[in-house]
Design a protein around this ligand. Sequence first.
Ligand code: NI
Length: 448
Amino acid sequence: MARLGQLIRASCRHRAAFAEPPNVTTDCCVVAKRQRVFYTHGRCAWLSLERTTVLQWNIDAGIQEIADNLIATRRDFHAHPELGYQENRTAGIVAERLSHYGMRVRTGVGGTGVIGVLEGALPRPTLLVRADMDALPLQEENDVEYRSQNPGAMHACGHDGHTAMLLAVAEALSHWRSELRGTVKFVFQPAEEGGGGARRMIEDGAMDDPPVDAALACHLWNNYPVGRIGVRTGPTFACADRFSARIKGKGGHGAHPDQTVDPIVIAAQIITAFQSIVSRNVSPLETTVISVTSIHGGSAYNIIPESVDIGGTVRSFSEPLRDHIRQRMEEVLRGITDAFGAAFEFDYEVGYPPLSNDGEMADLVRAAATEVVSSAEVWENEPTTGGEDMAYFFQKVPGCMFLVGSANTEAGLDYPHHSPRFDIDERALMVGASIMLCAIKRYLTGAV
Ligand code: NI
């Protein structure tokens, strides 16, 4: 059995000269030696990334089988997508697999969440690694053999891949349990897509027994080609809040606006003034979005309506800023409706917190990533104004969420997340799982 230190030898970063995978280890060794790339003997599973990179998994414990399984598992989840808090089939498979790997398993956490605890030789530290399991309410338009069999549900964000990758990591690590100095807590959460599954799992004790010291997660990322990794220190995902407002005027004849309090004119002023919050009340160095995404009012060409409803979303990267924006929106609503003699109702729903990566954990992931891909492919990604409920875990412990490039433009696998044509280059699964393994190994051996 290989030592944990030999878990992955991925130093082979030369340009691949061969088009077909070598069938036997020795082929790979010969190439590696000729390129003067560090390599130790053992079973070798490998992955060729176009143009630049060869990854070698030098593992004695059947990693090739794990790699093959990874794609089959992802395709199975892809074909059977389940919406938030309905991930019963997925959670059942996850729980069964984790039990099979000898873990202490807890099911039904925060709804359909599953936790597997892999205890090493020492109880602490404990590293939480997380995958989300839910799909989106979309009708898949891809014509692939593993396409969704559930009408109106689709894995269009890559969560099928996240779950499959984490199971592969769990399987690989279960072989090295005795060499782990600490505990790995595998968290499979429901309802990331707006349902706040992470928060519910935390409320249901996901951070306890054993207490968690740090956390890691990754997201497949079709904005990057396969083989590229995004790691960022600091704010990475935005808070994702919703609002709705009703402007209550006084309806009447379209020909006699003087007899009404026209909520349409008032709504127009409010929508414009909301944009001045971003441009005049927030530092130009801060990123903020206020988007009014719906406006409803009126029913006929000659009737001024009683009221108008507007709604939308607010994105920002800090909690104080989010509070400030919310307060300014309310002041704008009050001031403008007052001035016109109207009234208002305002409902502001706080969504996911902003997600910020810890500096040391980001360094750890960077180091792990450069064991797997060339350092030129480890990018400092831009923050995204998308939301991510991994942020709830990072409110409790330091953590890092990194991005795993999964697009392949030549193969037509570059549709954006949440598109009915979304699909990934599945080699990204090996890359993501490898980096997660390297990062866990580094964290639990102190080799940051
Ligand atoms: Ni997602």
